[in-house]
Structure formats: structure tokens, C-alpha cells
Design a binder for this molecule. Structure first.
Ligand code: SAM
Length: 288
């Protein structure tokens, strides 16, 4: 008897996906880009890819996100796998933002679908998208250029961005945490906390951990190596452990989860004041 060694993705989902995406259009797009030149332009030559990222296939693609095929197929496939409508779900997440952020960082921005919506929602903000895949960033940059949006794109690690701390009003991560090991997701939260100004907001969009917990078959079908560990955890408690306050979890369309938290304002240090014995001066108020 011959035992099939191909994955559930290859057996079942790949043929279905293949039937509803336009292979010719994707092929035209893929051949229209000089990937080597473009990725050399975008890539940070000093960046070392972590093993958890480089060694895994995602969504049935050999080499995962470090390939041009992942980049060109991501949008056509994602459209069908973020029901009921990808843009509505992303917009629902953005609606949870409380303030009017002037400096925004989108971590693991991929092809920039959320990044673009953030810039459209906050047209005066400076928006940066950061990702580990130069190929995904090439697609993101094209998308923003088509819409004439001034987004900047960085090739980097979400858990160690190298960007200055206390400089962002909003840090976001959409569909990232189910793709990173739990300890990396927690490191990304710590890095986000460091990057945010006091009072700044963190926003996450991903799968509903409660519903994913009961669907181990997804791991095999979608080739999501870290999704089950993500599902076993609890992002709200990770946020609280990191130091975020006023945290919220919103379930969107049943199967998606939006987490929000605020970095507390720094507590003003009371200046050492020598108050002479004077009953008229209330405690802690400096004499004029
Ligand atoms: C499922 S895609 C999500 C893309 C996009 N945020 C969206 O909502 O469509 C996950 C992305 O995270 C990126 N990624 C994974 N681990 C990362 C890390 N540690 N730092 C930065 N990007 C990472 C991948 O390269 C990929 O583009």
C-alpha cells in the first residue's frame, strides 16, 4: 500500500483554492516583478531570520513568507479566509482605536492590507509597516503606491524592531500572533509597550482563541505551525502581564478577536519640596 506523504493542505485545500483564484493573473504579476532587485532594495542586509520563521512552511508554501509565491498569492487567498468579508473585519478592528494617533506602527504588516486602512482612517498620521519578509513588503509598497499613500515600509523583526522607544501613539498587529510561537508573541507585546508613548494604544486582530482551541484540524489543513499554541493562550492576560491597562477583548463576527490595551501614562515624579512648617500649605503642594 502506498502511503500519501503530502499534507492535508496539498490533498484537499490547495485544489479548492486553485479553483477560485486566477492563476494566470497571479503568474503575470509574479513575472512582472524583478524580485531579486526589489528585495535587495528593501531588505535589511544585517537582519538574521529567526529559526521559527525561516524553517517553517506557512499555508502550504515551501519556504513560507520568504518567497515571491507567498507574496503574490497572499491577498487572493486571504480574501476567502477572513469571513464574512476581509475589509469589514479589518475595519471592525480599527473601530476599536480610541484616540487620533499621529504615529502608527503596523507589525507583521504583510502585504499592507491593514496598514493601508490605518493610513486611510488617519490621513494625517505617519504610518510605518514592518515585516520580516521583503517579498511581502514589495507587495505592500505597490499597494500603497497605487493609492498614493505615504506609508513607509521597514524590513525587521516585530520582537526587536530597533526603533526608538516612547515614540508611537498606536502599535497594531493583525493576523500575526497565530503565526509566531507564544514566547515570540509575548516578546512582541513587550516591544510594543517599549515603543508606545505613555497613553498610547496597542491593537491586535487575530483568530478567536476560544473557537480555535477546538479546531486542531486547522493546523494541518492550513499548515499553521503555531496556531494551536496561540489558541491555548489568552492575549488579554498576556497584555496585562506586559503592563497594558484597561484591556479589552472584542469578538468580531464570532471567529475573530480584537484585543486592545493602553500603555499607562508615566506617574509624574514628585519633586522634592522642602516645606517649612506652615499649616496653610496643603500636603504635597509646592509653595509658590
Ligand atoms: C498572516 S500574515 C499577516 C499580514 C498582515 N498583517 C495582514 O493582516 O494581512 C503574517 C505576516 O507576519 C510576518 N511575520 C511573521 N513573524 C514576524 C516577526 N517576528 N516580525 C515581523 N513580521 C513577522 C510574516 O512575514 C507575514 O507577512
Amino acid at each position: 500500500m502506498t502511503v500519501r506523504t503530502d499534507t492535508l493542505w496539498e490533498q484537499f485545500l490547495k485544489p479548492i483554492v486553485g479553483s477560485f483564484i486566477d492563476g494566470e493573473e497571479i503568474n503575470d504579476l509574479q513575472t512582472s516583478i524583478d524580485w531579486e532587485t526589489e528585495s535587495d532594495r528593501i531588505a535589511n542586509p544585517n537582519l538574521e531570520y529567526p529559526d521559527y520563521y525561516r524553517s517553517q512552511n506557512f499555508h502550504g508554501i515551501q519556504g513560507g513568507y520568504l518567497t515571491s509565491s507567498a507574496a503574490v498569492t497572499y491577498d487572493p487567498i486571504t480574501r476567502y479566509f477572513v469571513p464574512p468579508h476581509e475589509t469589514w473585519v479589518r475595519e471592525d478592528a480599527i473601530k476599536q482605536i480610541k484616540g487620533n494617533p499621529q504615529r502608527i506602527l503596523d507589525l507583521g504588516c504583510g502585504t499592507g492590507s491593514t496598514t493601508v486602512l490605518l493610513q486611510e482612517t488617519f490621513p494625517n498620521a505617519e504610518v510605518i509597516g514592518l515585516d520580516l519578509s521583503p517579498y511581502m513588503l514589495i507587495m505592500a509598497e505597490r499597494k500603497a503606491k497605487e493609492k498614493q499613500l505615504p506609508i513607509r515600509w521597514y524590513h525587521g523583526k516585530a520582537e526587536e524592531t530597533g526603533l526608538d522607544g516612547d515614540t508611537f501613539d498606536l502599535v497594531t498587529a493583525s493576523l500575526l500572533f497565530h503565526e509566531t510561537p507564544v514566547e515570540i508573541s509575548k516578546a512582541i507585546l513587550r516591544e510594543s509597550f517599549r515603543l508606545l508613548k505613555g497613553g498610547g494604544e496597542f491593537l491586535l486582530l487575530d483568530g478567536n482563541q476560544d473557537t480555535l482551541r477546538d479546531s486542531e484540524w486547522l493546523t494541518n489543513i492550513f499548515e499553521e505551525p503555531y496556531i494551536q499554541d496561540y489558541a491555548k493562550g489568552n492575549v488579554e492576560s498576556w497584555l496585562e502581564t506586559t503592563g497594558f491597562v484597561a484591556t479589552e477583548t472584542e469578538i468580531v463576527w464570532g471567529i475573530h478577536q480584537v484585543n486592545w490595551g493602553r500603555k499607562p501614562q508615566p506617574v509624574a515624579k514628585s519633586s522634592p519640596v522642602t516645606v517649612e512648617e506652615n499649616d496653610d500649605i496643603p500636603y504635597g503642594v509646592a509653595p509658590a
